[in-house]
Design a protein around this ligand. Structure first.
Ligand SMILES: [Zn+2]
Length: 243
């Protein structure tokens, strides 16, 4: 492997390592998710550093002896500085990071582009954050092959009627008709189902533009988060701060 690597990446997580250093978990377009050590970044002004949610061109040295990646320099593409100005935005970005870390697959460009796009949208105060989270989670679920549309029950193939309330199949980890459901706390009313179904067939930008009441967005967000947790199989740490 090349010892000096240049790669476009985004910081998913940053953890202090001793007094002086940081360990950065980055999503790289070339290398996937890797941990990079930033020596001296806590104490030295001159040391190379990068912060959570920053996107840039990363200059990295790979030490083949101990298989460590070491940060040499970063050319910022986007600092996503506005996210750190509001606690709720930090929580939303942290939730997306955690979901990427826990659902990681090889579809690097898709995940990378979706995450950076959602972070850009989070910086826009005119957009409801709940809608960004809905669109992010829904697309990750689709990318993992759990859903194509919400027009029929994936278990029995029955086409949903216009005003049908749908439920959830824990065994398939997807929404289903009432007959195929074995989960009591996952209910999706017709309007919410139509919103999610339409979202699946358009771009993130088009989906964000669909009007939704704040209360409806909040309920749909809770639904897709529950769905995500069922897929992952254990709780999401970043949600503990929400509640
Ligand atoms: Zn069914």
């Amino acid at each position: 492997m090349e010892r000096n690597i240049i790669t476009q990446a985004i910081v998913l997580h940053s953890r202090r390592d001793g007094v002086n250093n940081n360990n950065l978990t980055i999503l790289s377009l070339d290398l996937g998710i890797i941990t990079v050590r930033a020596f001296g970044s806590k104490t030295s002004k001159k040391a190379p550093k990068a912060f959570r949610f920053q996107e840039g061109q990363f200059f990295i040295y790979f030490n083949p002896t101990n298989k460590q990646y070491i940060l040499k320099d970063v050319n910022l593409i986007s600092s996503h500085d506005l996210i750190s100005t509001e606690f709720s935005k930090i929580l939303s970005a942290s939730l997306m990071s955690e979901i990427i870390l826990k659902t990681y697959n090889d579809n690097l460009a898709f995940t990378y582009n979706l995450f950076t796009k959602c972070l850009d949208l989070l910086e826009d105060n005119s957009i409801n954050e709940d809608i960004i989270i809905i669109q992010f989670i829904l697309r990750i679920i689709k990318d993992h092959g759990f859903i194509e549309d919400l027009l029929h029950c994936p278990s029995c193939d029955k086409i949903y009627t216009n005003d049908e309330i749908i439920y959830f199949s824990d065994s398939l980890t997807v929404p289903s008709c009432k007959n195929c459901s074995n989960s009591s706390n996952m209910v999706l009313p017709p309007k919410a189902r139509k919103y999610l179904n339409l979202s699946l067939s358009v771009s993130v930008e088009e989906a964000i533009a669909i009007k939704l009441f704040d209360s409806t967005a909040s309920r749909i967000k809770a639904y897709v988060i529950k769905w995500m947790i069922k897929i992952i199989g254990h709780p999401l740490k970043s949600l503990n701060i929400y509640n």
